[in-house]
Write a protein that binds this ligand. Structure first.
Ligand code: SF4
Length: 344
């Protein structure tokens, strides 16, 4: 039973791209051996599988806040045996840890240990990225199940809060392009009503869905097309502006197309960065000064949004901002606050 449970976890780990099985601590591979599941490129271990006290155990890397939460939520999750206890958990599968949670934790550990995107160009941009990533972790954007859900979210989020988009998407029940193609305009407008401007947005959705239909609703087919062709086709559709087009390019189809939004513009202004003050100039600045890597662009934009929500708001909350030391506005603001505090 234990042996088959262990084998089952090993096989699950082997399904991840580039994963392989290693036994670095034991010459004899028996029940007492530690199996280390590693990434082929950087050789880092993402799952250490062993037996202890009659149970299979798996050490998995985890962001510290999430690790604390899990340790409180499950008896079967504890600070890691024989490894760094801040960043690693020991998980005992079965018991009160559901299989689905275990699979999520293995994927999380795999992501945390996989090779970082190559980054060589602008040291300041990289330092900003590193600080944001180390504060917030990988945001795993976009929050959607399918490429089409990304497209719908990117259209609906124009001029409204994300919470309203979630309500509109929930109204679909099952969301598919075939279903949207079959809906009359009035019906679709009723479904997307919570996202505001519902008549317009229903029309925009129908337009972009018809465009998607030309490619058989296949994100893979679109990903094989030239980047510039897809972007210009998207930009030619009514209701798809630059930010929406780039969000769809990056998050639905995996093109390295940097997304610029109000948070990005604000950050550029406040740091400041010599990126210009219009959409295409700022996009070009990030694109030319970072390695052309969709995963890097994906995370970078998501991290800017996270920091924009927590700190770099319209009224900035610079205290505790992870990039305060790199930011001229933040330094000036905290200096003023300190001066005022000293005078009191
Ligand atoms: S230090 Fe202040 S102004 Fe600068 S990025 Fe952070 S929150 Fe924004």
């Amino acid at each position: 039973m234990i042996a088959s449970q262990r084998q089952h976890i090993i096989e699950h780990c082997l399904a991840f791209p580039g994963a392989y099985e290693d036994y670095p601590f034991d010459e004899i591979i028996d029940a007492g051996a530690w199996t280390v599941m590693r990434h082929r490129t950087n050789k880092k271990g993402f799952a250490h599988i062993f037996e202890r006290g009659g149970s299979v155990c798996v050490n998995l890397k985890c962001e510290p806040l999430r690790a604390d939460f899990l340790r409180q939520a499950y008896k079967g999750v504890t600070p890691a045996y024989h490894m760094n206890k801040e960043h690693w958990n020991t998980v005992v599968p079965g018991g009160d840890v559901p299989d689905e949670e275990l699979r999520r934790l293995i994927a999380h550990s795999y992501d945390l240990t996989k090779p970082k995107p190559k980054r060589t160009k602008n040291a300041r941009l990289i330092e900003i990225y590193d600080r944001l990533l180390s504060r917030y972790g990988d945001p795993h954007w976009w929050p959607a199940e399918t490429p089409y859900e990304v497209i719908v979210g990117a259209v609906l989020t124009q001029n409204t809060a994300w919470g309203n988009v979630e309500k509109a998407i929930a109204n679909f029940g099952e969301l598919s392009p075939e279903r949207v193609m079959a809906m009359a305009h009035g019906e679709l407008a009723g479904v997307v009503r919570p996202a505001g401007f519902f008549n317009q947005k229903a029309r925009y959705l129908q337009t972009v869905t018809h465009w998607y239909a030309q490619y058989g609703f296949s994100a893979d087919a679109i990903h094989k097309l030239p980047h510039d062709r897809v972007r210009s086709e998207l930009l030619s559709l009514k209701g798809v502006g630059r930010e929406t087009a780039d969000s769809i390019m990056l998050y639905a189809f995996g093109f390295p197309s940097f997304v610029v939004d109000a948070y990005t513009m604000r950050l550029v202004r406040r740091l400041p960065l010599p990126a210009g003050n219009n959409y295409e100039a700022v996009k070009a600045f990030f694109t030319q000064n970072l390695d052309c890597d969709a995963e890097l662009f994906n995370r970078y934009h998501a991290l800017i949004v996270l920091n924009g929500n927590r700190h770099c708001r319209k009224e900035p909350k610079c205290g505790g901002c992870p990039i305060l030391e790199l930011c001229r506005t933040g330094k000036a603001q905290t200096k003023d606050e300190n001066n005022r505090a000293q005078k009191l």
